[in-house]
Design a protein around this ligand. Structure first.
Ligand code: HEM
Length: 265
C-alpha cells in the first residue's frame, strides 16, 4: 500500500508555524523590546526542558552499568549552562526605560513562577515544599514539581554511585529522606578527600559537579546584577523585595561537601 503521509519538512518537523505564533506581546504598539523579553524567556524555558532531560540521563547513567558515560552528559549540561549565562548579555542591551515601557503589562508574572527552574533546583537538592503550593491543582507544573520533590537528587545518585565504587558511604546517607536538603557531612568529606588524593577518575567527576554548582551560582549572580541595573531596588513583579531577595539566594552551594574539603586538600 502506498504511504500517503506527507514527507516531513523543516516546517512540519519543528512545528515552525506553531512556534512563531507563541510570542504575543501585551503592550500597546506593541513596544519594541517586549518581543525580545518574551523570546528570551521562552528560550530559557526550552533550555530548562533540555537540562531536565539531560539531568535525568545523568542520574540514570550513574546508577547503570556504564556510569563513566555520565561525565559526557554532564559536559553537555555545563556547555548549555554557559550559553544560558551568556544569554543574559542580550537582555542587558535593554535599558531601564525600555523595560519600563511594557513592565506594567507583566502584572504578577515573574521568572519566580518558573516551575522548570524549581524542578532543576529540586533535582539538584535545593528542595522547598512551599514552592509546590504556588502552582494550581491540578496542573502540569504542580505534578512535575511534586514528582521531583519525592525523587532522589543528583547528589543521592552520586553517593549511591560512590558506594558501588567501593567507598564506605554510611547507610544513613544512602537511605536518607530525599525530600530534605543534604546536610554537610564529615564522613562524606573524608571520602571525597580520599578520592581527590588517589582516584583521578572520580576526582574528575567531582570537579564536574563543582563546575555545575559554580555555573548555577554564576547564573544567579549575573541575573541579580541584570535585575539591579534594570529595576534598581524596586520590588519584583512576582511580589518579592526584588534585588534583596535575589541577593539572599547567592553564595549557597548545592554540594557543600565538595567546597568544604578544598581547604583541607
Ligand atoms: C529585565 C529582565 C528581568 C528582570 C527585571 C527580572 C527580575 C526578577 C525579580 C525581581 C525576581 C525576584 C522575584 C520577583 O519578585 O519577581 C526574579 C526572579 C527570577 N527570575 Fe528574573 N528577571 C529578568 C529576567 C529573567 C530571565 C530572562 C529569566 C530566565 C528564565 C529569569 C528567571 C528568573 C528566575 C528563575 C527567578 C527565581 C529566582 C529564585 O527564586 O531564586 N529572569 N527576576
Amino acid at each position: 500500500m502506498a504511504d500517503t503521509t506527507a514527507a516531513a519538512t523543516y516546517g512540519s518537523y519543528l512545528k515552525i508555524d506553531e512556534l512563531l505564533s507563541l510570542q504575543q506581546p501585551r503592550s500597546d504598539g506593541p513596544e519594541h523590546d517586549e518581543l525580545l523579553f518574551i523570546i528570551i524567556h521562552q528560550v530559557y524555558e526550552l533550555w530548562f526542558k533540555e537540562l531536565l532531560h539531560e539531568f535525568d540521563r545523568v542520574a540514570r547513567l550513574l546508577t547503570s552499568e556504564a556510569p563513566h558515560r555520565a561525565q559526557h552528559t554532564l559536559k553537555r549540561i555545563l556547555t548549555i549552562l554557559k550559553v544560558m549565562v551568556a544569554q543574559l548579555d542580550i537582555l542587558e542591551t535593554m535599558t531601564p526605560l525600555e523595560f519600563l515601557s511594557f513592565r506594567a503589562r507583566l502584572e504578577a508574572a515573574s521568572g519566580f513562577q518558573s516551575d522548570q527552574f524549581r524542578q532543576i533546583e529540586f533535582l539538584l537538592g535545593a528542595k522547598n515544599e512551599q514552592a509546590i503550593e504556588r502552582f494550581p491543582e491540578p496542573s502540569r507544573a504542580r505534578e512535575a514539581l511534586a514528582r521531583r520533590y519525592q525523587a532522589p537528587t543528583l547528589w543521592d545518585a552520586f553517593l549511591h554511585y560512590l558506594s558501588r565504587e567501593g567507598y564506605r558511604v554510611p547507610a544513613a546517607h544512602l537511605s536518607r529522606d530525599v525530600t530534605a536538603r543534604a546536610e554537610p557531612s564529615f564522613e562524606i568529606q573524608a571520602i571525597l578527600i580520599d578520592i581527590y588524593r588517589g582516584d583521578p577518575k572520580n576526582a574528575e567527576l567531582c570537579e564536574r559537579l563543582v563546575d555545575l554548582d559554580e555555573g548555577l551560582q554564576e547564573w544567579r549572580y549575573r541575573h541579580v546584577k541584570m535585575v539591579e541595573r534594570t529595576i534598581g531596588m524596586k520590588r519584583g513583579t512576582g511580589g518579592s523585595a526584588g534585588v534583596p531577595y535575589l541577593a539572599g539566594t547567592l553564595g549557597k552551594p548545592l554540594f557543600p561537601d565538595l567546597w568544604e574539603i578544598r581547604g583541607r586538600l
